[in-house]
Write a protein that binds this ligand. Structure first.
Ligand code: C2E
Ligand code: MG
Ligand code: MG
Length: 561
C-alpha cells in the first residue's frame, strides 16, 4: 500500500515537473540511478529525452567529486540533512565540461536533483581571480598567487619536499632612479623571459614577489647539490649584459633557496628562511648564491641588525679607515695607500665592508659616509706629507656615490682645506651597472678628473668588466682583480692575455696595479707581465693608520709622478 502510494506520488510529481520546470531536474533512485529527466536538459545539455534514464548520476559528474556527492546523498537519505548543495563539473552530450550548481532534496525514497549552469559565472570569476593573482607588468603570478600556490602545495602533498628559490635583481633601484622606471620595467620583463626560457618545464611555479624579486618553486630536487646546480644555472643565464633602449646594462642577480619542510613548516617560515639565504647571498662578492641552513639565520640576523644600526654607527663615529700599502713592483717601496673602511662595532668587533656597504648604498647613507671618507683621507695625506712621507692615497667610490654630483664639490673642498695637491689622491671606481651613454655617472667622473685627481678602475677582470669601461672612464690606473692574478699562476693563456692587457694599458698611459698578491710566485709573475704596482697580504694587510705610519718609517717611499 505504502509502496503503491509512493509510486503514484512520484508519477504525479514527474508530470508536474515535466510540464512546469524550467530548471534542469533529475529524479534519482536511492542508488543514484536516474529515473526521470526534465525536458530542459535536451535544450541546455543536449541529452535526448529519456537518454539518461537508468544511468548512474555518477557517470555524468567529475570523478574527483563522486565520492563526496555519494556521501552527501547518503546523508540526505538517512535524513541527517534535508538538503545538499554544491558545485561540480558535468559533461554535456557533446562531451564539453560544464560547471553546475546543484541542489538535491529527498522525496520519499527518491532524490530530486536540480541544477543550473554556472560556466560563464565561473569563467568570469576565474578572470577576476586572475586580476588579483597576476602581475600586470610581467604577466606571471604575483605574490598573492605565489602564497596561494605554495600553501596549497603544502596542504595537498603533506610533507613532500620542494624547493623555493628567491631571485633578487641587484641594483634595480639604481636603474629605476637614474634611467627611469620604464628601463627598470624592461629589465624585469627581460629577466622573466630568460628564466622561462632557461627553466621551462622544470619550474613548477614562477611568480613576481616584490618590485625586484621573483620566486620559483621547484619540486623533485634531491639535495643541496642539485639546488646549487640550478641556482648556478640561473646566475649564469641572467648575469651579464643586456641592451635596454640605448643603455647597455650589466644585470646581476642574487639567489637564495630553501627546502620545505626542512627550512620551515609554514609558508611564512619557508619564505623567511629563503629571504635569509638571499640576504647572505647578496653579501657575497661574485657568486651570489646561498642555500638555507640553520646557521644562515644567525648570519642573516646579524646583517639585519647591522642594517638597523647604521645610523647610530654614523652618529657615534664607529667607522674607521684602514690603509693597505701599494708598492712599486720593481723596488717594493710604498707608493700609495688604499683606504678601506671598517666598522668597529661595539659588540661584533671589526666588520668588513662587504657586510655593510650594500646596506649603506641601499639606504643612501653611503653619501654622508662617503663624504666622511674623502675628508679623512685628505687629512691623512696631509699628515703623512707633513711627516715627510710624500705618498699617494686612494679611496673607493661605488656607483651610487658617483650618481651624486655633489661629491665633486666635497672632494674639491677637502683637498683645499687639507692643502694636498689633487695628484696625490686616486679615486677607485667599482660599479655593477654599466652605461655606455653619457650619464650623470660619467659626468661626475669627468668632473673629478678635471679637479686633477686620478681615476682608477677597480676589480678589472672580475665578473663583467669590459673594455668599454676603459673607454668610458679613461682611467689613469687599472687595478687587476685578485681572480686574474690567480689565473695567471695556473693558466698560460691567462698569462699571455694579461701581458697583452698590461702593454695595452701602458700604451694608453695607464698604470697597472695587481691586487691580492699573497705569494712570492704571484709577486714575480705580476712583475713579469709588467704590472707597475702591487698590493696584497704578502706586503701587508690593511692596517690602522698609526701602524701604517710606522710602516712608512721603515720603507722609504717614492714621490708620485
Ligand atoms: P677593493 O677596493 O678591491 O679592495 C681590496 C680588497 O681586497 C680589500 O678587502 C682588501 O683587504 C683585500 N685584499 C687585499 N690584499 C689581499 C690579498 O692579498 N688577499 C686577499 N684575499 N684579499 C686581499 P676589504 O677591505 O674587505 O674591502 C672589500 C671591498 O669593499 C673593496 O674591494 C671595496 O670594493 C669595498 N670598499 C672598501 N672600503 C670602501 C669604501 O670606503 N667605500 C666604498 N664605496 N667601498 C669600499
Ligand atoms: Mg679598491
Ligand atoms: Mg679591487
Amino acid at each position: 500500500m505504502a509502496i503503491n502510494s509512493g509510486i503514484k506520488q512520484t508519477k504525479k510529481l514527474q508530470e508536474v515537473l515535466a510540464a512546469t520546470s524550467l530548471e534542469n531536474t533529475l529524479i534519482l533512485s536511492e542508488e543514484g540511478y536516474i529515473q526521470f529527466q526534465s525536458e530542459s536538459i535536451l535544450q541546455n545539455y543536449g541529452y535526448e529525452p529519456g537518454s539518461m534514464i537508468n544511468k548512474s548520476i555518477f557517470s555524468y559528474i567529475k570523478q574527483k567529486d563522486q565520492l563526496y556527492v555519494a556521501q552527501a546523498l547518503q546523508n540526505l537519505l538517512s535524513k541527517e540533512v534535508n538538503e545538499i548543495k554544491g558545485d561540480t563539473t558535468m559533461w554535456d552530450a557533446s562531451d564539453r565540461k560544464r560547471y553546475i550548481y546543484y541542489v538535491a532534496r529527498r522525496f520519499n525514497r527518491h532524490i530530486i536533483w536540480s541544477f543550473f549552469d554556472v560556466t560563464s559565472m565561473k569563467k568570469k570569476h576565474k578572470q577576476q581571480l586572475e586580476a588579483v593573482y597576476i602581475d600586470d607588468l610581467t604577466q606571471i603570478p604575483n605574490i598573492k598567487g605565489f602564497e596561494r600556490y605554495v600553501t596549497n602545495l603544502m596542504k595537498r602533498h603533506n610533507g613532500q619536499p620542494f624547493t623555493v628559490f628567491k631571485i633578487d635583481i641587484n641594483d634595480l633601484k639604481i636603474v629605476n632612479d637614474m634611467l627611469g622606471r620604464d628601463v627598470g620595467d624592461q629589465v624585469l620583463v627581460n629577466v622573466v623571459k630568460r628564466v622561462e626560457n632557461l627553466l621551462g618545464e622544470r619550474i613548477t611555479f614562477f611568480a613576481r614577489l616584490e618590485e625586484d624579486a621573483f620566486g620559483i618553486v621547484v619540486r623533485r630536487l634531491a639535495d643541496v647539490a642539485e639546488v646549487e646546480a640550478l641556482g648556478k644555472e640561473l646566475l649564469r643565464c641572467i648575469n651579464g649584459q643586456v641592451l635596454i633602449q640605448e643603455y647597455q646594462l650589466v644585470i646581476s642577480i642574487s639567489v637564495g633557496a630553501s627546502f620545505y619542510p626542512k627550512a620551515g613548516k609554514t609558508y611564512k617560515q619557508v619564505m623567511l628562511s629563503t629571504s635569509q639565504a638571499l640576504q647572505i647571498a647578496r653579501q657575497k662578492e661574485d657568486f651570489q648564491l646561498e642555500v638555507y641552513t640553520p646557521f644562515a639565520s644567525e648570519k642573516a640576523y646579524r646583517i639585519f641588525t647591522l642594517r638597523n644600526e647604521l645610523l647610530r654607527a654614523i652618529e657615534e663615529e664607529q667607522f674607521t679607515l684602514y690603509y693597505q700599502p701599494i708598492v712599486c713592483a720593481k723596488t717594493t717601496q710604498i707608493i700609495s695607500a688604499e683606504a678601506l673602511i671598517r666598522w668597529v662595532h661595539p659588540e661584533w668587533n671589526i666588520i668588513p665592508p662587504n657586510e655593510f656597504i650594500p646596506a649603506l648604498e641601499e639606504t643612501g647613507l653611503i653619501i654622508p659616509v662617503g663624504e666622511w671618507i674623502v675628508r679623512q683621507v685628505c687629512r691623512q695625506l696631509a699628515e703623512w706629507h707633513k711627516a715627510g712621507h710624500e705618498i699617494r692615497a686612494s679611496l673607493n667610490m661605488s656607483a651610487v656615490q658617483l650618481f651624486n654630483e655633489e661629491i665633486v664639490a666635497v672632494v674639491r673642498e677637502e683637498l683645499l682645506l687639507s692643502g694636498v695637491a689633487p695628484a696625490y689622491l686616486t679615486i677607485e671606481i667599482t660599479e655593477t651597472i654599466e652605461i655606455t651613454k653619457k650619464s650623470i655617472f660619467l659626468k661626475t667622473v669627468e668632473d673629478l678628473r678635471a679637479l686633477g685627481v686620478n681615476i682608477s678602475l677597480d676589480d678589472f677582470g672580475a665578473g663583467y668588466s669590459s673594455f668599454s669601461k676603459i673607454l668610458d672612464l679613461k682611467p689613469h690606473v687599472l687595478k687587476l682583480d685578485r681572480s686574474m692574478i690567480n689565473d695567471i699562476e695556473t693558466d698560460y693563456t691567462s698569462f699571455e692575455v694579461t701581458t697583452a692587457l698590461v702593454s695595452l694599458a701602458h700604451r694608453l698611459n695607464m698604470q697597472v696595479v695587481a691586487e691580492g698578491i699573497e705569494t712570492a710566485t704571484q709577486q714575480k709573475l705580476t712583475a713579469d707581465v709588467g704590472c707597475d704596482l702591487l698590493q696584497g697580504y704578502l706586503f701587508s694587510r690593511p692596517i690602522p693608520s698609526a701602524e701604517f705610519l710606522s710602516l712608512l718609517f721603515t720603507h722609504e717611499p717614492l714621490t708620485p709622478q
